[in-house]
Design a protein around this ligand. Structure first.
Ligand code: NAP
Length: 496
């Protein structure tokens, strides 16, 4: 159970502590932030509302801890990460329980998130020892006008203190996708978890403590992003920000100083369906891609662009599958569970009502109870409807019927977002041309968009992000290149 057994020390009374300088602490603010269970809509947990002074202290200790961590042999860093991964997996049950209660993630998916996170940490350790275990050796005479009098040795060095801010929908996985690369590369890490998902993150951080990471190297500061977020992201002690979330990331990128940024933001992933597509495969992927975790995934299918001649048939197939989705509490492992907050549910409802007013066809009746919204397919959506462009982050999926592939590509590229997209056709040549034309970080051919496997590059363009994630890319991003040049008095040619 969350907050018991080995996790008993991370809670005092009913309030979870924050983690700094190798210890679990109560904030001097004396205040807490409530985490409302999306299903019951009652306070489930409370976390510390940390102060700016506490953030300052964490930054100081993170700086000191990083210096000695950078001198810790790479194999030892990897060993500790493997240990943390094993401990995390061992304690998957209480962490998954927190995910069910805080973010209404279906029970089985919650366990999968924790296990996947353990695997991700181990992969970081393995990739890191290889990637960081080698550098480059350059000689000067390959550039015109030079003799071989200079040898250049390069290696990858850590950036310093990495600030990690994950979103609510994969709080553990998207936290470790920043923590693993940062630590193996020799950085220290300050985590600001999402408020919904903070308790799962605190448990995850405790697994790193149990693994024996040095004090101060990892810290976890809790509090509302709107209150301490700016102070954290503009803090002079931060040397790199890795953020995943919504438009907040755009504001952060404008305020942050001259430091590397990794921004994984929203998406409006289009699913383009051609006449020759296998419609059963498309329908199955639309259900998985559009409705898993109630559509609260950055890479959810968020608009279907289907060629008119096959649209009726596809809509019928998707409708039949929507009717089979189970709707209810996450504890019962239902397909569709309550969305994360009342304000999210209200926002989704606003998009639905706008589409209704403007004449979209409702394939199911719109139904909502509290934060629980029944899955809804909206047909005959037109570009003047908000749902054609905005990210609902809920179980509502628009279908736009298109007259040509070009029309579909045009709609996809007219979006502010450019995270992923997908195309369904049996003609691989056409698929390649469409993929090249789509202005998105990734295009999936004959499958729904997806972030994993976690070592694949993952990036958004336009308002969907800056930089690229994926284990290798994240390790590279959290390091910089250092060169040492050996200058010889005379040219030297090996075996010359
Ligand atoms: P969000 O509202 O942007 O919040 C993300 C994180 O930012 C949370 O930890 C939040 O903390 C924090 N935050 C809020 N205000 C801040 C500020 N001023 N400074 C610094 N941090 C601040 O996003 P969300 O609702 O959690 O997640 C949904 C969004 O994430 C969607 O748009 C989705 O597409 C996107 N997403 C993108 C990816 C990707 O990889 N591209 C993956 C998953 C999700 P609090 O919770 O305390 O407010």
């Amino acid at each position: 159970m969350a907050g018991t057994g080995v996790f008993a020390e991370i809670i005092e009374g009913e309030v979870y502590k924050y983690y700094a300088d190798g210890e679990w602490k109560l904030s001097s603010s004396g205040k807490s932030v409530s985490i409302v269970n999306p299903t019951t809509r009652k306070t489930q947990y409370k976390v510390q509302a940390c102060t700016q002074e506490e953030v300052n202290k964490v930054m100081e200790t993170a700086k000191v801890a990083q210096k000695s961590w950078a001198k810790t042999p790479l194999w030892k860093r990897a060993e500790l990460l493997h240990k943390a991964a094993a401990i995390l997996k061992e304690h998957k049950a209480p962490i998954a329980e927190a995910l069910v209660k805080e973010i209404a993630k279906p029970a089985k998916d919650a366990v999968t998130e924790v296990v996947r996170s353990g695997d991700l940490i181990s992969y970081c350790a393995e990739e890191g020892v290889r990637l960081l275990g080698q550098g480059a050796f350059l000689v000067s005479d390959s550039f015109p006008g030079n003799e071989r009098t200079k040898y250049c040795l390069t290696s990858k060095i850590p950036l310093g203190v990495v600030l990690a801010i994950p979103p609510f929908n994969y709080p553990v996985n998207l936290a470790v996708s920043k923590i693993g690369p940062a630590l193996i590369a020799g950085n220290s890490l300050v985590l600001k978890p999402p408020t919904q998902g903070a308790v799962a993150c605190l448990h995850m951080v405790h697994c790193f403590q149990l693994a024996g990471f040095p004090k101060g190297l990892i810290s976890c500061i809790t509090g509302k992003g709107s209150e301490i977020g700016d102070f954290l992201t503009m803090h002079p002690g931060v040397n790199c920000i890795s953020f995943t979330g919504g438009d907040t990331g755009i504001a952060i990128s404008k305020k942050a100083g001259m430091i590397p940024l990794q921004m994984e933001l929203g998406g409006k992933d289009a699913c383009i369906v051609l006449e020759d597509a296998d419609l059963d495969l498309v329908a199955a992927n639309i259900i998985k891609g559009g409705f898993s975790y109630s559509g609260q995934r950055c890479t959810a299918v968020k608009v279907i662009l289907v060629i008119e001649s096959v649209a009726d048939s596809l809509v019928e197939k998707v409708k039949a599958k929507v009717a089979k989705l189970t709707v209810g509490p996450p504890e019962d492992d239902c397909d569709i569970t309550p969305v994360v907050s009342e304000s999210s549910a209200n926002f989704i409802e606003g998009l639905v009502m706008d589409a209704k007013q403007k004449g979209a066809t409702f394939c199911q009746e719109y139904k909502r109870e509290g934060n629980l919204i029944w899955p809804l397919l909206l047909d005959h959506v037109r570009p003047d409807m908000r749902i054609a462009w905005e990210e609902p982050f809920g179980p509502v999926l628009p279908v736009i019927r298109i007259g040509s592939v070009e029309e579909g590509i045009h709609h996809c590229n007219a979006s502010n977002f450019g995270l992923q997209g997908c195309v369904f056709t049996k003609d691989i040549n056409k698929a390649m041309l469409i993929s090249d034309a789509m202005e998105t970080g990734t295009v999936q051919i004959n499958s729904a968009p997806a972030r994993g496997p976690d070592h694949f590059p993952f990036q958004g363009i336009k308002d969907s992000g800056i930089g690229s994630q994926g284990i290798t890319n994240s390790i590279n991003m959290m390091t910089k290149v250092k060169s040492t040049v050996i200058n010889l008095p005379t040219p030297s040619y090996t075996m010359g």
